[in-house]
Design a protein around this ligand. Structure first.
Ligand code: ADP
Ligand code: ASP
Ligand code: MG
Length: 411
């Protein structure tokens, strides 16, 4: 491990305005002045990616994924060049690199590519030349030399994957919140900050919608035990949250509640083994739809019922796909777009029934369904009406997490 390299990642709000870019540049310089070799990964400026997607949609509801990648990568490129210019203006020697120039090699799954290898020769050389390296996040290049993106929020993946490849001990993820909280601080008033989380707990929270960190970034941290330190750009000396290997947690605990607002539930009914579910899977694959969860079971009389849960933000083209699917499966496919997903997260959460029972009781008492529910060893997830999702989050937070005595969320 090279303890001297640190990777810092700054999200969209941290580079939103010239003043903020200057603030980031000063923070980065301080790290270098402490004798560290600094790699910075930046996101597109706040709202830029959304604006670019809207621009594309003004021409087509189903734009070619390759062109989307060409378009969206430009946002991160602007940020890296601006930060590099700001650093140089402060007297530093900085160089900006695209994901491709930084050696981030991906598969060719446009708009949702997976990093398969990092060849950071240019980064290593620039660090050896005492430069600060500013890498455009969220992007890579395929073996076919095509520009790719890593999925929404993907700059976190770029940062942690680079940190792991460079042997950095810590990857610091800076955003507008000072770490990971037991619930989204923009939804719940004054939630508890979590000082330490295991990789698995973080991954589950993120997969359930806590977007403060991308779930895939955690996979790269696990490989070499890279510590992720989530903190705020705007809170000087904030402690943030440490995400690392935490061994031997025995007592079941609830660490947090997370939600994903825009999910689509596609319910499918197959009567008389007509193969409807298999055909729906084929259609989703053909339309390149990313599905979060699939489950199906026989419900009697030769009828099989299937549930497909799809996150809208992972599918830029969903508006054109849904009507096509509905037309292809008349009478057998029912699509609901009024639901959101809420999850309670914690190691061993389903070792006993208490958490599930309380969860069901609370949701039912408030008339919140749920429309569907599933459990895993780390999670209880339910679909509830989207317009009452924030209410549901507050409800579960108050019951399971508000009182410190109920569990050790602030461990
Ligand atoms: P960035 O643009 O810096 O990548 P994001 O917007 O992706 O930042 O992530 C930070 C946001 O994550 C916060 O503003 C907050 O609303 C949201 N968030 C959701 N769940 C949590 C949580 N459990 N802890 C902290 N932040 C959360
Ligand atoms: N700019 C991209 C997005 O908004 C990637 C990121 O912010 O990490 O999804
Ligand atoms: Mg983010």
């Amino acid at each position: 491990m090279n303890n001297n390299i640190v990777v810092l990642k700054f999200g969209g709000t941290s580079v939103a305005t010239p003043d903020r870019i200057r603030q980031v540049a000063e923070l980065v310089l301080k790290k270098q002045q402490k004798g560290q070799k600094v790699v910075v990964v930046v996101s597109a400026r706040a709202k830029m990616t959304d604006a670019l997607i809207e621009d594309a949609r003004s021409f087509s509801s189903d734009p070619a994924p390759r062109e989307m990648d060409m378009l969206l990568t430009s946002g991160e490129r602007i940020s890296s060049a601006l930060l590099s210019i700001a650093l140089n203006a402060l007297g530093a020697a900085a160089i900006s690199l695209t994901g491709s120039q930084a050696g981030i090699i991906t598969d060719d799954d446009h708009t949702n590519a997976r990093i398969i290898e990092i060849r950071p020769a240019r980064v290593v050389q620039a660090l050896a030349d005492d430069r600060i390296v500013v890498v455009s996040g969220f992007q890579g290049v395929s073996f076919k030399k095509e520009v790719t993106t890593l999925g929404r929020g993907g700059s976190d993946i770029s940062a942690v994957a680079l940190a792991s490849a460079l042997g950095a001990q810590v990857c610091e993820i800076y955003s507008d919140v000072d770490g990971v909280y037991a619930a989204d601080p923009n939804v719940v008033r004054d939630p508890a900050k979590i000082s330490e989380l295991s990789y698995q707990e973080m991954q589950e929270l993120a997969e359930a919608g806590a977007k403060v960190l991308h779930p895939k970034s955690v996979e790269f941290a696990k490989v070499k035990g890279t510590i992720i330190h989530a903190k705020s750009t705007f809170v000087a000396d904030g402690e943030g949250t440490i995400i690392k290997n935490l061994e031997g947690r025995i007592k079941p605990r609830v660490v947090g509640v997370a939600s994903e607002q825009k999910v689509i539930l596609a319910r499918c009914r197959d009567e008389g083994h007509a193969g409807v579910i298999a055909r729906l899977v084929d259609s989703l694959a053909e339309a390149n739809v990313k599905v979060k969860q699939i489950s199906f079971s026989e419900v009697g009389d030769g009828v099989t019922s299937g549930n497909f849960i799809i996150a809208e933000k992972e599918n830029y083209h969903i508006e054109s796909v849904v009507p096509r699917l509905e037309a292809s499966f008349p009478g057998t496919l029912h699509v609901s777009r009024h639901l959101g997903a809420i999850s309670l997260i914690g190691a061993g959460i389903n070792d006993r029934y208490d958490f599930l029972r309380d969860c069901l009781r609370l949701l039912r008492q408030e008339g919140l369904g749920p429309a569907s529910l599933h459990t895993s060893s780390f999670r209880i997830s339910a679909l509830v009406p989207r317009d009452r999702l924030d209410h549901a989050v507050n409800l579960l937070y108050e019951h399971f997490l508000r009182s410190e005595t109920k569990n050790d969320a602030q461990s």
